[in-house]
Design a protein around this ligand. Sequence first.
Ligand SMILES: CC(C)[C@H](C(=O)O)[C@@H](O)C(=O)O
Ligand code: SF4
Length: 770
Amino acid sequence: MSSTEATPSTLYDKVYAAHVVADDTIYIDRHLVHEVTSPQAFEGLRNAGRGVRRPDCTLATVDHNIPTSSRANYKNAKTFIEEPDSRLQCMTLEENVKAFDLTYFGMEDKRQGIVHVVGPEQGFTLPGTTVVCGDSHTSTHGAFGALAFGIGTSEVEHVLATQTLISKKSKNMKVQVDGQLAPGVTSKDIVLHIIGLIGTAGGTGSVIEFCGSAIRSLSMEARMSMCNMAIEGGARAGMIAPDDITFEYLKGKPLAPKYDSAEWHKAVKYWRSLKTDEGAKFDSEVFIDAKDIPPTVSWGTSPQDVVAITGSTPDPEKESDPVKKASITRALEYMGLKPNTPMEEVQVDKVFIGSCTNSRIEDLRAAAQVVKGKKVAPTLLRAMVVPGSGLVKKKAEAEGLDKIFLEAGFEWREAGCSMCLGMNPDILSPYERCASTSNRNFEGRQGAKGRTHLLSPAMAAAAAITGKLTDIRKFTAQYPQTEGSPKISVEAEHEEIITEGDADKIADAPIDTEATNTQTPVESKATGGSNGIPPFLTLKGIAAPLPIANIDTDMIIPKQFLKTIKRTGLGSALFHALRFNDDNSEKEDFVLNKEPYRSAKILVVTGPNFGCGSSREHAPWALLDFGIKCIIAPSFADIFFNNTFKNGMLPIVISDSAVLAKINAVAEAGKELEIVLPNQVIRDGESGDELAKFDVEEFRKHCLVNGLDDIGLTLQKEKEIVAYEKKRNELWPWLDGAGYLSRHGKGPRKISAAAVPKTNRGAVKDVADW
Ligand SMILES: CC(C)[C@H](C(=O)O)[C@@H](O)C(=O)O
Ligand code: SF4
C-alpha cells in the first residue's frame, strides 16, 4: 500500500488493496442511494429480515424521477409528483429511509440533488474511499482518488446488508493528457475526445487513471466531469490522484474532517500517499497531447460518435468494415443527418444544461459567461438550466447567474436529473434535436426518437444563442459581451458551500412523513438478491441471433420502464424500441417477434460490448422475464455482466469469431443450443456436437450451480468484516460517519444493524455540526 513497498503500485492498486476484507470481498466506505435502483434492494432486505449494516455510511436522495418545476408550493412527494409510477418510486424510497433509519435529502431539503453532485459537495466522497451507488455514473467520485463505481440493485442490497461487495480486481489503464489545452477546450471536450479515441468498449474490464499535466491543471469540478464519463469509455471507474486542488476543495465540506484539525492533517498525510508509484505497471496506456483536442461534439447515437465542432458527419461509403458502415448509416438516419454535413450547420430545437456531468457551479458559470447580455435564438423551442443540487442553485442565485439565464430566455429549474434521461416530465418530443451537456446520446435517451448532441456547457450556451451547434472559439469573437449586462462574480474556486449554521437549519427542517406512512410493504416474487436463485446446470433451448454491436441497457429496457418497484413483469418491454412500432404493434422483422424465437432461452449476439451504459439491473430482469437465461457475445460491459450472475443468468464470452459464427449458425437456423455449465461447454442441441468450451469464474460458477445467495455467503465473513471495521477506525477514523448518527442517536434503531464501531470524533457535538 505504501510507496515504500517493493512492487510499485498504481493508485487503483493501492485503494483496492486498502479495502480487501477477504479474498475478493472489499469494504465499501460510502454508499449513495437513489429511488430508481433501490426499491427491490430494500424489499430483499425485508424479505430476509436483514438490516442496513452502516446507516452512517449511507446517504440517500431523489433525483431521476422528480419534476424540476418550482417547489414554491411543495408540500410532499405525494402531492408534488403527478406521474403515478414516479410518485410511487419516490415515496417508496421515503418509506425505506424511514424504516431503515437512513440519512435522506428529500425535495424539501436544500441539499437534495443529483446523487453524484450531492456526495462530493457534502464531503461524503473522500480520497482513498470506495464509493458505490446503483448508478453507472458513480465513476464521477473517482475525481477525488476514490475507487468509485456503479452497481446493480442486487449489489445495492449486498452493500446495504454487509457494507462489502464481491469485486474482483480490474485491470489498470492509464490515459495521460499532457500539455496546454487550446482556448475553448474544457474537460468535457477532453473526455469526449478520449471516448472517440478508445471507443465505448475501450476501458472494459479496467479502471482508468487519468493523469498528465493537462489533467493536473483541472479544477475538481472539471475532474468530476471527466471521471463521470469514464463509464462511457467502458471503464467501470475513472480515478485521478488527489492533490492540493482536491484538499482545497474539501476544506470546510460538512462531512470532511474538520479543516486544520489533527484529523484533517492525518487525513491529508494519508491522501498524499495515494498516487501511482514510479515504475508501476499499467495493462494499457493512452497518451494524448492536449493541443490536439478540439472543442468536440457528438454526431451520432453513441458517445464514441464524436467529431471536432469544425468537422462533419461521417460518410458510411468511406467505411470498409460492413458492421461499422451499417452502424454509421443507422446512426445518421436516427439523427436525421446526411453524410458529410458540417456540424456547425446543424440546427437545434432545445438546449439542456444540466446532468451529473455538467450541472455544478463552474459549469453554470461557464455557460452564463457565454450567455451574458444575449438572447436565445428565436428558433429555439426551449432552453433550460437545471442545477445539480439545491446548494448549487442557491450559490448560482447568490452570484446572479439565474438572472443572466432568465434574461436571456432560459428556464431556471430545480435540481434533478431532468432531461438527461427523460424519466421525469422534462423530455424531448420525437425528432427534436437537443444540444445537451449530459453524457449519453443513445437512441431515445432524452425522449422517444429524440436526438442528442453531447457538448460542453459553454458550447451548449453558444448553441442556445445561435440556434445551431457552434464553435465556441468563433462565437466569443463574433459575439462580444455587451456592457452593462449582469455581472458574474466568480469567487474563489474552492470555498465552503454551506455554513455550519446553515447545515443545522437544514438538518433540523421538519420532514413531511405523512405521505410515506400510507405505503404497504411490497410482496416479492422476485428472483435474485436475498431470495436465493434457482440453480443453473444445463439449459437447452432456442437461441435468437442478434447481430448488433454496442447494445446498451437503454436499448434493452428504456427509461420509462425503470419506474417499477418490482423485479418482475419487464419481459413485455424488452428491446422496446426495436420490437414495437409507435402504435405498439410488433415490428415484424425483429427477431424476437418471429417464430421460433418468441420462445428463445438464449441470445447469440455477434457484436461486441453487450449491455453497455446504465447500470440498470432492469436489463437482465427484462431478459429473464422474457425467458432468456443465457447470452453469448464476443464481449460484455462490466456492470451488466455482473448483474446477470446475480439473477441466476449466465453470460458467456466467445471472443473467437469463427467459433461464434458456428454457434450463430445454429441460432440462425432456428435450432436449439445446449449449455452445460458444470462442463463449461456449448453443444448443438440436436446433434449434441460440442460447439465451444467457455470460461467462467470458479466462484460465480459455484454460486450459479448451487443457486447460492452471495449475501448469505458474505455474511458468513462477519468476523473478517468486523476486524476490517476495527482497522478502518484506527487508520482512517474520519470514515466512520459520526455526523450521520446525529439524526439517529436519540433512540434505538428500528431495524437492528450490526454495531457501528465507536468513533473518535465525539458522539454528539460533532454530530450536531451537520
Ligand atoms: C437509473 C440508473 C440505473 C442509470 C444509470 O445507471 O446510469 C441512470 O442514471 C442513467 O444515467 O442511465
Ligand atoms: S447520467 Fe443523468 S440520469 Fe444518470 S445519474 Fe446522471 S443526471 Fe441522473
